[in-house]
Design a protein around this ligand. Structure first.
Ligand SMILES: Cc1cc2nc3c(=O)[nH]c(=O)nc-3n(C[C@H](O)[C@H](O)[C@H](O)COP(=O)(O)OP(=O)(O)OC[C@H]3O[C@@H](n4cnc5c(N)ncnc54)[C@H](O)[C@@H]3O)c2cc1C
Ligand code: FES
Length: 294
């Protein structure tokens, strides 16, 4: 069992967790992830490592509440335990002295940006960070990222900060203005990573993205996480999760990620019904909840 030492709601649907997992903390490297199972009937799902402390034996993650499993995880409190946490999984980020490195993060992608920026700085890179969020109320860790980076740009979807409304738009404008960028890393929403890869391609700036297909075992056995990169089939859990964004077949990735939407919606509804049933039992309305399930 893996005890939750700290929980923080960063913005309404995004949660930060610090979890006791000493055997993962000693091996963790930037770019890696873990696979969790909240309880004995829970599904396995991956989350990126947003930090770790070898001395305290802690790992950090942040997640967006998307469906049943993340909702279940969000229901745990400090002192509660997660049943399984397996990792670190996936290959670590290739970190060298590139020069000017631009790191883009949206939603949960801001988490893995933190260890990445620290490692890039240790190698002497100049780091330009770009945070993308819907609006001011969806933004978190701005000060942390400003403190770690040489330059920070915030791009908000409502246009309230600067001209660009998407990170990819900012990236295009930044490169067109003649700024020298030697490498781009983009973490977070698939659409954002795809658009950033498209924005950098005409400028020939290598763009590394962290792919998030559906995963089950995380060890290369089930084939669930296969993606097409440069006309080759790769398993994201063992060959990735990071790939060259200019080589990724984005259309297939998006289609495969949406393959179980109906089942995921049903699982989410059933999860909510479980919660409702508990409330109904307490208020003697259980008959009405059973009728809703049919
Ligand atoms: C390597 C990797 C790292 C990730 N890191 C993070 C992270 O740090 N923070 C974060 O919020 N999210 C991360 N994700 C995505 C996260 O795993 C999904 O949001 C989560 O599994 C959703 O599960 P759910 O039951 O709550 O939602 P569901 O309703 O089941 O699914 C919502 C959407 O999440 C995706 N998803 C569902 N099940 C899985 C699964 N087993 N594996 C991967 N994707 C799935 C699908 O696209 C689906 O449409 C990562 C995914 C991968 C592959
Ligand atoms: S998750 Fe099964 S092969 Fe990658």
């Amino acid at each position: 069992m893996y005890r939750i030492a700290k929980k923080e709601v960063l913005v309404p649907n995004t949660i930060y967790l610090k979890v006791e997992a000493p055997e993962i903390a000693v091996k963790a490297q930037p770019g890696q992830f873990v696979i969790l199972r909240v309880d004995e009937v829970g599904e396995r799902f991956p989350l990126s490592l947003a930090g770790w402390d070898q001395k305290d034996g802690m790992i950090e993650m942040l997640f967006l509440i998307m469906g049943r499993s993340t909702m279940k995880l969000a229901g745990l409190q400090e002192g509660d335990s997660i049943m399984d946490v397996v990792g670190p999984l996936g290959g670590p980020t290739e970190i060298e002295s590139y020069g000017n490195v631009l790191c883009v993060g949206s939603t949960f992608g801001v988490g893995p940006m933190v260890p990445l920026i620290k490692a890039l700085k240790e190698k002497g890179n100049r780091v330009i960070s770009v945070m993308e969020a819907k609006d001011e109320g969806s933004l978190f860790w701005e000060d942390e990222l400003r403190g770690l980076s040489d330059e920070l740009h915030v791009v908000l979807g409502d246009g309230s900060r600067g001209k660009a409304r998407q990170a990819s738009e900012f990236l295009g404008q930044y490169l067109e203005a003649g700024n020298k960028v030697d490498r781009v890393f983009a973490f977070g929403r698939v659409f954002m990573m795809m658009q950033c890869s498209r924005a950098t391609k005409p400028f020939g700036v290598k763009t590394i993205v962290a792919l998030t297909p559906i995963m089950v075992d995380g060890t290369g056995m089930c084939g669930c996480c296969r993606v097409s990169v440069g006309d080759e089939t790769k398993f994201t859990c063992v060959d990735g999760p990071e790939f060259d964004g200019h080589e990724v077949d984005w259309e297939t990735l998006i289609k495969r990620k949406r393959a179980y939407l109906k089942e995921e919606a049903r699982a989410f509804d059933l999860g909510q019904l479980e919660g409702l049933r508990r409330i109904a039992e307490l208020s003697r309305l259980s008959g009405r909840v059973s009728a809703m399930e049919k």
